[in-house]
Write a protein that binds this ligand. Structure first.
Ligand code: HPA
Ligand code: ZN
Length: 326
């Protein structure tokens, strides 16, 4: 069967990955040692053993704990380079990387160290391997809109180094309307907009992300299938969904990958894509997501090419570069 080799070799864009979710346990312990940070786990094995998630919140608690080792610009650079090297190995030619500044500024880390460390990694990776990147600042939705406004203000001196904003963290109970005014302002500033919606939350949150946040892509969005009018809108407006199969499996959105609705999303003509979300926590980088999803669902070569094409269409690169890809 040559399908796994094709999936691994095909050029692709990755559009939904949280850089803090690429921190492997080994790097968490190395940075903890370098920075003198005390962890709640005695060693790598004990930390990895704690990766037994039952839902989004049980994951987020451990994900924020892991990120506590990041203090210096060099830490953010090292984390970025580790991910970008893996992306290159997976034949990712373009990646749009989420980062969560509030997870770091709340611990006294200056946002400059977060953004400039990641930006430097993107520059070095492009020079070394040819991969292009954009950074997307995500607001934590379990915090207040005032906190998001403050974060935007802190980030704007470095706005040359990120292309857009997104919304992540605990979805249910933190609907998009909570962030309508800050997203409207980001739109006026010329920033691109994405938002997590319809991962665990209802289709109403996807409508809200589109109508109130002016989101140009929906992160996850797999719950859209429960609303026919919403599916029609996503299709008509070619609004991409950045789907993360192994994340959905590990967080019990689709406990069995064989039941994942990606085949249905593609059959309905949606611009769905495959992404890794938090690869260090969910058991694989983007190619592992492709290979395991295809093995479980029985999708074939047609779907493979569709997903690669969708990843380029859904990206925020200039149209001329998309035309060259597609
Ligand atoms: N959903 C919401 N917040 C997140 C995720 C996710 O999948 N990954 C990291 N932060
Ligand atoms: Zn995500």
């Amino acid at each position: 069967d040559r399908l796994p080799a094709l999936l691994r070799a095909m050029p692709k864009a990755e559009l939904h990955m949280h850089i803090e979710g690429s921190l492997e346990p080994e790097l968490i312990f190395a940075l903890a040692q370098r920075n003198g940070v005390k962890l709640a786990y005695p060693n790598v094995e004990a930390l990895r053993a704690a990766y037994a998630f039952t839902n989004l919140q049980s994951f987020l608690d451990i994900y924020y704990a892991g990120a506590s080792v990041l203090l210096t610009e060099q830490d953010f650079y090292d984390m970025g380079m580790a991910y970008l090297e893996k992306a290159v190995a997976d034949n990712v030619v373009h990646t749009e990387i989420f980062f969560d500044p509030q997870t770091h500024t709340a611990r006294g880390v200056h946002i400059k160290h977060v953004i400039m460390g990641l930006h430097r990694a993107c520059l070095v990776a492009e020079k070394r391997w040819g991969i292009t990147s954009q950074l997307i600042l995500n607001f934590l939705r379990h915090l207040s809109e005032d906190d998001a406004w403050l974060t935007l203000e802190q980030a704007l001196p470095y706005s040359d180094y990120f292309s857009g904003v997104g919304l992540d963290s605990s979805e249910v109970g933190n609907p998009p309307e909570k962030f309508a005014s800050v997203f409207a302002h980001c739109k006026n500033l010329g920033l691109r907009r994405v938002a997590h919606a319809g991962e665990e939350g209802p289709p109403a949150y996807i409508w809200g992300a589109l109508d109130l946040l002016h989101a140009e892509r929906i992160d996850h969005g797999v719950q859209a299938v429960h609303d026919a009018a919403l599916v029609q809108r996503l299709k008509d407006e070619r609004i991409p969904l950045t789907v993360c199969p192994l994340s959905n499996q590990k967080l019990q959105v689709f406990p069995d990958l064989a039941d994942h609705n990606m085949p249905q999303l593609l059959a309905q003509g949606l611009v769905a894509t495959v992404n890794s979300d938090d690869p260090a926590y969910f058991g694989g980088y983007v190619n592992d997501n492709f290979v395991q999803l295809f093995a479980a669902t029985g999708m074939g070569v047609r779907e493979a090419f569709q997903l690669a094409a969708n990843s380029f269409e859904a990206s925020f690169v200039p149209q001329e570069r998309k035309d060259a890809w597609l």
